[in-house]
Design a protein around this ligand. Sequence first.
Ligand code: ZN
Ligand code: ZN
Length: 218
Amino acid sequence: MTMKQIRHHLNDALLIGYSAGTLPEAFNLVVATHVSLCDECRARMHSFDAVGGAIVEGTQVAELDEGSLAATLALIADTAWQAPVMEHPAQPGLFPAPLRDYVGGDIDAVKWRRVGGGVSQAVLQTAGKSTVRLLRIPGGVAVPDHGHKGMELTLVLQGAFRDESDRFAAGDVEVADDAMVHTPVAEPGEDCICLAATDSPLRFKGLLPRVAQSIMRI
Ligand code: ZN
Ligand code: ZN
């Protein structure tokens, strides 16, 4: 899957946090998956590599427990720098390489669970208390269970959804915080398939480098 028409990108705070290795693993996966699709964000991330290293050296990382830090570092080693995805020939299928690694295959390998309204989800295993899930939403249906009280990062893999802010199609990411009240609805047509990470605002804030927090205004 290659993406030429991406309109909604990752913000600097997320790219810096990813580069610095301070994001929760659930968010790392969404960031890595978008970056694997998006030339623009990949270029911006490379420009933050040096910045991220400097931030890590000057940042208190004591709040991270060892397990999640190790998992985050392992994820970055696996997905980001060891093998820039676009250097691989494009593989057939829906899922980009970072997501395929987590699922253990493409969409056929996902163990969907119905959550009502025709919607299915699959929670992926990650370290820490942040959550990342695949959502499969039939056309015309609203995203369920949407009382997130914290940071939410949603990447569209197939189809499209709309909410009060805009339209999000394949490759687009929506960055929402608890101040944003929205009702995403899948567009009519093929199922909308998304990868969404969520966390509580306080925990997320604690994991972002200070400079990223100021960029994000949290
Ligand atoms: Zn992008
Ligand atoms: Zn939301």
